[in-house]
Structures are given as structure tokens and as C-alpha cells.
Write a protein that binds this ligand. Structure first.
Ligand code: R5P
Length: 372
């Protein structure tokens, strides 16, 4: 017996296998090192649920935490279905469904959105008691506002996921946290990468007066407060205006005239697309504000088209010194042998969150209790 939501099961779709396997491994590691899992000791139900989970995993090992494929089967006319082996029962289970929307193959992004939605229909139709869709980079999150005759696509996504049976979305560093309120009953588990980045910065770059933090635009400015407090450093916030007829182009970019000489500059943003924002900020910090070195940090390395080349060129030109990102966009690691590129593994963070959700603990408190 698992928690009141039934036994824990992980399901993956076509682009979710890699992440589901990593997170499963991290869950098994945590259950085998129980003292790394936070529980409120006076809450009998939570402690009991954790004991049940650990027992299932210890008694049955790998099989105590099933990892199930939701297979996409393509038809000749372009349609497809998502099917799970009929011999596997999902009834009354606590299901976590993995399918990444963003990978290096952007031509199939829309197909993956549809697959994730049809997959949810399959899972909820199989009578799982609770379904959480794990998607580190929520699709269409940058379209959370409506201007004129335009869609509010992030809200449309939330509505579709909710209608098709997701009880919850587990995601990381949403571009706009207001998206968490777009559903009627579906909730969000909104994880953050910030503790992992801060540990990395302290170990590898510095803190306090040795560094200066840069939010390249007002949006990024909203996430930098936690960094400034924990790194105890100065903050520079940039101004950016996009070209409305070509959304990937930046018309105006500027930074306040603050002297950064003798300091390492760290640019923080939630997402990198073309790299234009980061590289404009890097160039200004190094060439005009006198920063000694410039490092960029972003949770989601979307980076289509020429983005990797643009960073490589900036590295060769000498005004940019390193990019650190989360592993929230799947790419074949073989193609990622750049000196300037570092990926931070987030699977333990997702594993902790899944355990907390399953045992009825606290996902939010992870950001205070878990610094590893
Ligand atoms: C926008 O508000 C985001 O936070 C990023 O700054 C933006 O998406 C980055 O795009 P790009 O890399 O194309 O400049």
C-alpha cells in the first residue's frame, strides 16, 4: 500500500524516458539513504507513507517503483495513439507522467504537446487516482499575456492539460508564475533551480564583493532577489526592448553605468532562446563596464538554430566565459562538448519533490530544507 493516492508509478512518453530513468534512480538512491529525505517527524501519516514507500522499494528493489512506457503508435495518415500495456494496472495509482516538450528537435514540438495531452487521456482513462504531469519546461509559458487579437497560449495549455486529466503539473522555473493560477482545480508544483545555481556559484565563481549579479531585463529582475540575498552581492538590472515585428530581435539593450572592474559578472535569466539577451548583456558588462569575466546562468537552455554557435563565437572573442544551465531541455550529451557549457543535473530535485508529493509532505519546504 502506498499513500492515500495509491502506489507510486512512473510513466514516460516518447521524449520522457531519459528523464524518468534519471529521476527513478534518484528516488531509489534517496529511499536507500532515508536520512536525506525530509519528513515532519510529528506527522504520523507522512512518516508512515514514507516507510511504506521505502519498504516497497527495499523489498522489491527496482520493481518496487514501476517505470512504464506510454508508447506512441503512429499511423500512416499522421495521426497517432498513446497506449500502455493492457496487462499493467494503473487503477488507484499515484502516477507521475514524464514527457519533455522541449528537446533539440524543435520541428516536433507541437507533436509532443499533442502526445502529452493524448497520453494524459490514456492515463486518466486507466483510472489512476492521481496524475501529475512532470514537464520541466512548461510549453508556451512565454505567452502568458494577451495583447490585442492574440492568444493567451499558456492559459490554453493549462486548460487542455486540466481537461485531459492532469491533477497537477510539476515544472521548474516557470517564465511567469501567474500561470500557476490559470487552472480551475489543477495545481502546480513549481520547483526552482536557484539553490543548485547558488551552490555552483559559491564553489566555482565567488560571492560577496568579488561578483556582481546582472538581471538582463525587468523579467529576470524578479527572480534575482533570492540570489542577491544568498550571494550578498550587488545587482545590476538591464533594460531590453524587443522588435515587435520580429520577436527574436532586440531593438534596445542597456545597463546602468556601474563600474564592474575587478569583479566577475553573473547574468541570471530563466531561459535562453537565441542567446541575444545574454550575449548583449555579456558584451556590455565586459567591454563597457569592465567586468573581469562574465558567466551566464539560465534554467532552460532552449537554444534553437545558431544559439550554440553564437555562444562559441562570444567565447572565442573573449567577452563571455561560461554558460551554466539546467538539464531541462534534452540534448544528446555527445553533441555538447563545449568548454564553456555546463549542465546541472536536476533529477534529484524532481525526485525529492515526487517523494514529498507522494507521502503528503511538503514540496515547497524542499527549497528551504534541501540544499544539495
Ligand atoms: C524573456 O523575457 C526571457 O526571460 C528571456 O530573457 C528570453 O526569452 C531570452 O531570449 P533570447 O535568448 O532569444 O534573447
Amino acid at each position: 500500500m502506498g499513500s492515500i493516492h495509491g502506489s507510486l508509478k512512473l510513466i514516460y512518453g516518447s521524449s520522457g524516458e531519459w528523464r524518468a530513468k534519471n529521476v527513478k534512480k534518484a528516488i531509489l538512491d534517496l529511499c536507500n539513504n532515508k536520512d536525506k529525505i525530509w519528513v515532519p517527524e510529528d506527522d504520523y501519516a507522512v512518516v508512515n507513507n514514507l516507510e511504506n514507500l521505502i519498504e516497497a522499494i527495499t523489498n522489491k528493489g527496482d520493481e518496487g517503483l514501476p517505470l512504464i512506457e506510454a508508447k506512441r503508435i503512429d499511423f500512416g495518415d499522421g495521426e497517432f495513439k498513446v497506449a500502455i500495456d493492457n496487462r499493467i494496472s494503473l487503477r488507484d495509482s499515484d502516477v507521475f507522467y514524464f514527457l519533455d516538450i522541449h528537446t533539440n528537435d524543435y520541428s516536433r514540438l507541437s507533436k509532443r504537446v499533442l502526445e502529452s495531452q493524448i497520453g494524459l487521456d490514456t492515463i486518466s482513462g486507466a483510472k489512476a487516482s492521481r496524475v501529475t504531469y512532470v514537464v520541466p519546461l512548461f510549453p508556451y509559458a512565454r505567452q502568458e499575456r494577451r495583447t490585442g487579437h492574440e492568444p493567451q497560449s499558456a492559459r490554453a495549455m493549462v486548460r487542455m492539460y486540466e481537461t485531459l486529466g492532469a491533477d497537477s503539473i510539476m515544472t521548474m522555473d516557470l517564465h511567469a508564475p501567474t500561470i500557476t493560477g490559470f487552472g480551475t482545480c489543477m495545481d502546480f508544483e513549481h520547483l526552482k533551480i536557484r539553490e543548485l545555481f547558488i551552490d555552483y556559484i559559491k564553489k566555482n565563481i565567488g560571492e560577496g564583493d568579488d561578483i556582481v549579479l546582472c538581471a538582463p531585463d525587468a523579467g529576470a529582475g524578479k527572480i534575482t532577489g533570492y540570489y542577491v540575498r544568498n550571494l550578498n552581492c550587488e545587482l545590476i538590472t538591464g533594460f531590453k526592448r524587443r522588435n515587435l515585428s520580429s520577436i527574436d530581435e532586440i531593438d534596445i539593450f542597456d545597463l546602468p553605468n556601474i563600474d564592474c572592474s575587478g569583479k566577475k559578472a553573473i547574468i541570471i535569466d530563466d531561459l535562453i532562446s537565441t542567446g541575444g539577451t545574454m550575449l548583449k548583456a555579456a558584451k556590455k558588462l565586459y567591454m563597457e563596464r569592465g567586468a573581469e569575466q562574465v558567466f551566464a546562468f539560465a534554467t532552460h537552455p532552449v537554444m534553437p538554430g545558431n544559439a550554440f554557435n553564437n555562444f562559441s563565437n562570444a567565447y572565442s572573442e573573449g567577452y563571455f566565459h561560461g554558460l551554466v544551465v539546467g538539464d531541462t531541455v534534452y540534448r544528446d550529451p555527445v553533441g555538447l562538448k563545449y568548454k564553456w557549457f555546463t549542465t546541472i543535473d536536476t533529477s534529484k530535485r524532481f525526485a525529492q519533490a515526487i517523494i514529498q508529493k507522494h507521502i503528503g509532505g511538503s514540496v515547497e519546504l524542499l527549497h528551504y530544507k534541501d540544499r544539495t
